[in-house]
Ligand binder design. Structure first.
Ligand code: GLC
Ligand code: CA
Length: 557
């Protein structure tokens, strides 16, 4: 473990030091970003090579998915050594070089912090399994069981029981994800102490913050808790979690770093409690807005749900707390396929909606190029264990194979994990050899080189939006108000301060539709600032179609 901590001059902790409010983040799934050493797997030096590209886009910080030692049962989310870099990605020296180079370019780096569980190959778990009185036994959750009789009927996120029977000690251990990801026992102060030491170690290295994985699951209900409607209720934001989160917060505050918690199961009504002045994190990734609504087997997401859910979060955090804004990540399909029709207009329309809301936007790698879902034709093309498990469950239930494949892959997280499309050379310029997951077949038309050939590219649209946000206080702090709430496809809102107001008007559909502004609106005051199509003056009766997106500004007083 290197002890060559990088000397970073940190700003003193003041209430005003909230750089992340003005910042735009970019999420890197390292396995699929850029392969620098020709083994088909993206790596740290690959990220380093591409820092100028990220700088050109205009982002301020990177969130990098787990790069730690891991047997990869869940692609790095099963960590076997928190303080070692996975050899697929490089070395600790490579990481330090990346951090230094990023900082030199004024790009910050936040890391994934996975502390709900470890790998079953982590030395703590290997010890824990050995005997009932092993000093590490209580680092995890164990309970009496037989292979036939598990401690309860709780279900894991990846399918099947949350319990795995373990022969050596004739008990079962608990896991909310895969059986290779045993949950740490947060009630044990020794576990918390070890985790906090590890967190400090990374912070001492000079990183700029954490995205905290699955953090709403660290507290569990008593094992005799009975499930009623929500199968995951026994480990979703369970009372008692507050004290652990407060301990974490105290450490983060000491270092004055940025934090974003992945807070599945935290409803918007608790948004300020989690992120406000007295909250635990600067912001959280909520999962309500990207929940599947609609038919099983359909790849389309509901615009109406998206809009209403995001509105609830905007409203809940209007005065206390802060939003993390995203449409895609490594667990979701591609937004241009789910909420659009795979077209560049749709990608730009979605970007406009996302980047001008109140909160810190996170762009997922490739989103800025309009990368689309992958046309999976066979289960063999998939890597994600949860999708494969879902497919097998459907088959076992008697669903015909073709239909099972469609249902299972529609919302698979592998859509967003295909390699980044850098250019039109074989394997999309991601690697010179066959990559770990197929490159999308559309790499010859959708790629990063393409952006320079078209000044209206999706990439350039993102650039403009990012720049606009940065220059405009109202787009950072202005009040958010949703317009046309009942319209099924028009996503429109205003952002207003005392001195100016901005109007975002987007049709998230190809159909022609009519909207009507109230007579009381003085429409001639608005000036158009940005669009993904020809400009259009505001009118009381307006027709919108084809994913058109317009941004207007009005000076007040
Ligand atoms: C989070 C991650 C996901 C991972 C899971 C278990 O939800 O985003 O990719 O599988 O936690 O760590
Ligand atoms: Ca590599």
């Amino acid at each position: 473990m290197p002890n060559t901590a990088i000397d970073i001059k940190r700003q003193p902790l003041t209430e005003k030091n909230t750089w992340w409010k003005n910042a735009v983040g970019y999420q890197i799934y390292p396995r699929s970003f850029k392969d620098s050493n020709h083994d088909g797997i993206g790596d740290l030096n690959g990220i380093r090579q591409k820092l100028p590209y990220l700088k050109e886009l205009g982002i301020d910080f990177l969130w990098i998915n787990p790069i730690y030692a891991s047997p990869n049962a869940d692609n790095g989310y099963d960590i076997s050594d928190y303080q070692a870099i996975h050899e697929d990605f490089g070395t600790m020296d490579d990481f330090q070089s990346l951090l230094q180079e990023a900082h030199a370019l004024n790009l910050k780096i936040i890391m994934d912090l996975v502390v709900n569980h470890t790998s079953d190959q982590h030395p703590w778990f290997l010890e824990s399994r050995k005997s009932l009185d092993n000093p590490y036994r209580d680092y995890y959750h164990w309970a009496d069981a037989t292979p036939e009789q598990l401690p309860n009927d709780w279900q894991s996120f990846f399918g099947g029981s949350t319990w795995t029977y373990d022969e050596p000690t004739k008990q079962a251990y608990f896991h909310v994800f895969a059986k290779e990801q045993p949950d740490l026992n947060w009630t044990n102060p020794k576990v918390r102490h070890e985790i906090y030491q590890m967190i400090r170690w990374w912070l001492e290295l000079g990183i700029d913050g954490f995205r905290i994985d699955a953090i709403s699951h660290i507290q569990k209900e008593p094992w005799d808790f009975k499930i009623t409607d929500n199968p995951w209720a026994p480990f979703m934001n369970v009372t008692g979690i507050e004290s652990y989160l407060a301990e974490l917060k105290a450490i983060f505050n000491e270092y004055n770093v940025m934090t974003v918690g992945e807070a599945s199961g935290v409803p918007h009504s608790e948004a300020s409690a989690w992120t406000g002045d007295h909250g635990y994190f600067n912001m959280i990734f909520e999962l309500e807005h990207c929940q599947r609504v609609g038919e099983q087997g359909s790849q389309k997401g509901s615009i109406h749900h998206l809009k209403h859910s995001l509105n609830q979060w905007q409203t809940s955090l209007a005065t206390d707390g802060w939003n993390a804004l995203y449409l895609e990540n490594h667990d979701t399909p591609r937004s241009v396929s789910v909420y659009g029709d795979h077209s560049p207009e749709a990608a730009k329309a979605l970007a406009t909606v996302l980047l001008l809301m109140k909160g810190t936007p996170f762009i997922y790698q490739g989103q800025e190029l309009g990368m689309t879902n992958y046309p999976f034709n066979s289960i063999k093309e998939l890597d994600a264990a949860d999708t494969i498990h879902f497919y097998q469950t459907l088959l076992a239930e008697g669903t015909p194979a073709k239909e099972a494949l469609t249902i299972a892959v529609n919302w698979s997280r592998d859509h967003s994990r295909t390699p980044f499309q850098w250019d039109d050379s074989p394997f999309g310029g991601f690697s010179t050899v066959t990559p770990w997951l197929n490159v999308n077949k559309n790499y010859q038309t959708i790629n990063a080189v393409q952006k320079d050939q078209d000044k209206n590219s999706i990439f350039h649209h993102y650039q403009r939006l990012i720049r606009l946000r940065k220059e405009t206080d109202a787009l950072i702090h202005g009040e958010f108000t949703l317009l046309f709430p009942d319209h099924p496809t028009v996503f429109s809102y205003t952002r207003t301060t005392e001195t100016e107001s901005w109007l975002i008007l987007v049709q998230l559909d190809r159909e022609l539709t009519a909207i009507t502004f109230p007579d009381s609106w003085e429409l001639s005051d608005w000036e158009e600032v940005l669009a993904n199509t020809a400009c259009k003056a505001l009118q009381h009766e307006m027709m919108l179609s084809d994913y058109e997106a317009h941004v207007y500004r009005k000076v007040l007083n």
